[in-house]
Design a protein around this ligand. Structure first.
Ligand SMILES: Cc1cc2nc3c(=O)[nH]c(=O)nc-3n(C[C@H](O)[C@H](O)[C@H](O)COP(=O)(O)O)c2cc1C
Length: 178
C-alpha cells in the first residue's frame, strides 16, 4: 500500500511524531511505501469558506495543500498524527482536514483506509474520547475504513512516551498492515 502520514505537531521531535516514527518503521518493514507530510512545517491556510470550489473544483488558495491533495489522492491509506490539544486534534491537522472541502467528493469516493495516532499528557480513561469520536465521525462521513488507532495517553513528553507501551504498539500496528 501507499500510505500518507500527516504529522501536525510543532514539536518536530515530540511525542506524536515519535509514535509515528515507530509506526512508519513497522509499515516499511511490512513492505509498504510511506510518504510523510508535516502540516506543522508547511505553508497552509485555513479554509475561508468562499465556496469558489463548490466542494469539487480547485481551491482558490495556493499553498502546500496542493501537495496534500496530490499525495492523499494517490494513497491507499491516510494516517493522522496529532498531539491532543484541548481534547481535540491540533489546529495544524484541522486546517488540513477543513481544506479537504475542495475535493471532498473525490476523497470520499476513494474508500481509503485510515488510522489515527495521538499523544496526550493525561491518562484518564476519557482523555482521548472526544478526539476518537471526531476521528470515527470523519471516517464515517468520508467513507474511510478505520484500520486502528494508537491513542498514547500518559505521553506528555518524549521520555514519558519512550517509557510507555505506545511506541511498541505503534510499531506492531504498522507491521501488521497487509
Ligand atoms: C495547547 C495545548 C493543549 C493541550 N491540551 C491537552 C489536553 O487537552 N489533554 C492532554 O492530556 N494534554 C494536552 N496537552 C499536552 C500535549 O498533548 C502533550 O504534551 C503531547 O505529548 C504533545 O505532543 P507533541 O510532543 O507531539 O506535540 C496540550 C498541550 C498544548 C500545548
Amino acid at each position: 500500500m501507499n500510505l500518507l502520514v500527516i504529522e501536525s505537531s510543532p514539536h518536530k521531535h515530540g511525542s506524536s511524531n515519535l509514535l509515528a516514527e515507530h509506526f512508519i518503521r513497522g509499515a516499511r518493514e511490512a513492505g509498504h511505501t510511506v510518504t510523510v507530510f508535516d502540516a506543522a512545517r508547511a505553508s497552509l491556510h485555513p479554509c475561508v469558506a468562499c465556496d469558489a470550489c463548490g466542494m469539487s473544483r480547485s481551491c482558490c488558495q495556493k499553498d502546500d495543500m496542493e501537495t496534500v491533495r496530490r499525495e492523499i489522492l494517490a494513497a491507499d491509506m491516510v494516517v493522522f498524527v496529532t498531539p491532543l490539544y484541548y481534547f481535540g486534534m491540533s489546529a495544524q491537522l484541522k486546517t488540513v482536514i477543513d481544506r479537504f472541502y475542495s475535493f471532498n467528493g473525490q476523497l470520499s469516493s476513494k474508500g481509503m483506509k485510515a488510522a489515527l495516532i495521538a499523544a496526550a499528557w493525561d491518562s484518564n480513561d476519557w482523555t482521548m474520547e472526544a478526539l476518537k469520536f471526531h476521528y470515527e465521525t470523519l471516517c464515517r462521513y468520508l467513507n474511510f475504513q478505520d484500520m486502528g488507532t494508537i491513542l498514547g495517553t500518559g505521553c506528555g513528553t518524549v521520555s514519558m512516551t519512550e517509557e510507555s507501551e505506545f511506541p511498541r504498539k505503534a510499531y506492531a500496528f504498522g507491521r501488521s498492515l497487509s
